[in-house]
Design a protein around this ligand. Structure first.
Ligand code: GDP
Length: 457
């Protein structure tokens, strides 16, 4: 398993190192809190940005001799950053311009050869943002300060994009989440559809991991193994095998219970929903589709026993896909893989699909992107009212979570208005059109604001 590249924040005291660190991490806190073992302390934490991990270090927390004069303190931070960092974020204050200390450090950093981005903090308004471009930075040896406002969160997403780009160019790209976090997978479906056969086909030849793996909470019935350098954790595999032994007595949900299904699903990132293509889709399966749609888990539909379908032509897959979509419209976002667990046909393709679907859970729109997305959406379709007289006004739209993605849509409604659910569905559809959310549920939370703000219309 790889470790993520390190970005070290340095700068004179009071330039806003901790504010920036907290802003970058704060946005992640809700995002990753349930990922077991994701480490964070006051001064060091994994920052997940667009499905990639960067380890952030705030030198404010490093054990530097506090009795030294301040100037020495920054020099010390710089030394530490030069030895430890894969990239250095050097914070300056755009309000005061480059100070003598800043210049000295800038030259030192430049000489070190480490990738450096100068960040101009406290650019809280347009005028201050322009100051980062002004002549006072003419003799500045690094890049013109990248203007941000840590306090307001403005420019922080763009900065993280820049950090990603510079690290990538330097040959130290941020680590994909699936290279560090195990993908937790559960296998669901009616009795006899081929779940345990599929598990055997998929896990059969694999080397299981028995040593403790970071970022995992592993239960006795989980199977943990590596495949092409990535870690997969199959949840409750014994449960699946047991079901096979007890088959022919009732349907899946009756037998193992809705609670147990929900419990398994809640521990997983990706569910493999196995169907038997020789059978009609049952009421129970449609019910399970609804349960999955309302959960946080991503879904891949495994259309199994494909070998038993006779006289297949080039259009057979499309015909069967149409049938599945027709019976399970709730899971329209789930990719379908046609397999034969018995012959092993396409069984190994499951890994690639799991990785792609897992990665899509981390698709992330920056604040600016979400804002632009919404402005364009409104041009295509004005928000529709559910009931009431006035057309609702959208006051803000942003992505509040990843893994799985959640968006917050703030609307200014009069007491009797509501935003039509059709409009929320429209937003979800165009989000899926424009960004990769394959297999993942998308939530759009409506927040009602009574006060009036800047609006999009
Ligand atoms: P589970 O109850 O979902 O775990 O189902 P099993 O894996 O026990 O499979 C039920 C039966 O279907 C067994 O007889 C398997 O050999 C058979 N089976 C499973 N997958 C396939 C498949 O892809 N093709 C064919 N022809 N038979 C399969």
């Amino acid at each position: 398993m790889q470790s993520a590249p390190k970005a070290v924040l340095i700068g004179r005291s009071n330039v806003g190192k901790s504010s920036l660190f907290n802003k970058m991490i704060e946005e992640q806190k809700s995002l990753v809190s349930h990922i077991a073992g994701t480490t964070r302390d006051r001064f060091e934490a994994d920052c997940i940005w667009r499905g990639k991990i960067i380890r952030m270090v705030d030198t404010g927390g490093l054990d530097i001799d506090q009795t030294d004069e301040i100037e020495k303190n920054v020099v010390e931070q710089a030394n530490i950053a030069i030895t430890q960092a894969d990239i250095i974020l050097f914070l300056v204050d755009v309000n005061v311009g480059p100070m003598a200390d800043d210049l000295e450090i800038a030259r030192k950093l430049l000489k070190s050869g480490k990738p450096v981005i100068a960040v101009g903090n406290k650019a809280d308004n347009g005028e201050l943002r322009r100051r980062a471009e002004s002549d006072e930075w003419k003799s500045w040896p690094l890049n013109r300060p990248f203007a941000i406002s840590a306090k307001q969160g403005v420019g922080v997403g763009d900065l993280l994009d820049e950090v990603t780009e510079v690290l990538t160019k330097a040959g130290k790209p941020p680590t994909d989440v699936n290279e560090i976090l195990p993908m937790r997978i559960c296998v669901l479906g009616e009795p006899n559809v081929g779940k345990s056969t599929l598990l055997n086909a998929v896990l059969g030849q694999k080397r299981f991991i028995t040593a403790p793996v970071p970022h995992t909470t592993r239960e006795p019935n989980d199977a943990l193994f590596e495949h092409e350098g990535q870690t997969y954790q199959f949840i409750d595999t014994a449960g699946v095998r047991k079901q096979a032994a007890r088959r022919k007595s009732g349907t899946l949900l009756e037998k193992i219970g809705v609670d147990k299904t929900l419990d398994t699903v809640s521990r997983a990132d990706v569910a493999l929903f196995v169907l038997d293509m020789t059978k009609e889709i049952s009421t129970q399966e449609r019910h399970l589709a609804g349960v999955l749609q309302d959960s946080k888990v991503s879904v891949i539909i495994i259309a199994n026993k494909w070998d038993l379908i006779p006289n297949k032509t080039t259009t057979t897959v499309n015909d069967y896909e149409a049938i599945i979509r027709g019976f399970m419209p709730q899971l329209k976002y789930a990719p379908i893989l046609f397999t034969s667990a018995l012959t092993g046909q396409r069984a190994q393709d499951i890994f690639k699909m799991i990785s792609a679907v897992f990665q899509a859970r981390f698709t992330q729109l920056s604040t600016d992107e979400a804002r632009q997305f919404m402005s364009k959406a409104i041009v295509r379709h004005k928000p529709m009212r559910g009931k009431g007289v006035k057309s609702p006004k959208i006051t803000s739209f942003y992505q509040s979570h990843i893994n799985p993605p959640i968006f917050t849509l703030a609307v200014n409604l009069s007491r009797t208005d509501s935003l039509a659910t059709a409009y929320v569905r429209f937003l979800e559809n165009i989000l899926r059109e424009q960004y990769d959310f394959t297999g993942t549920p998308i939530r759009i939370k409506i927040e009602v604001e009574r006060k009036s703000h800047t609006t999009y219309k």
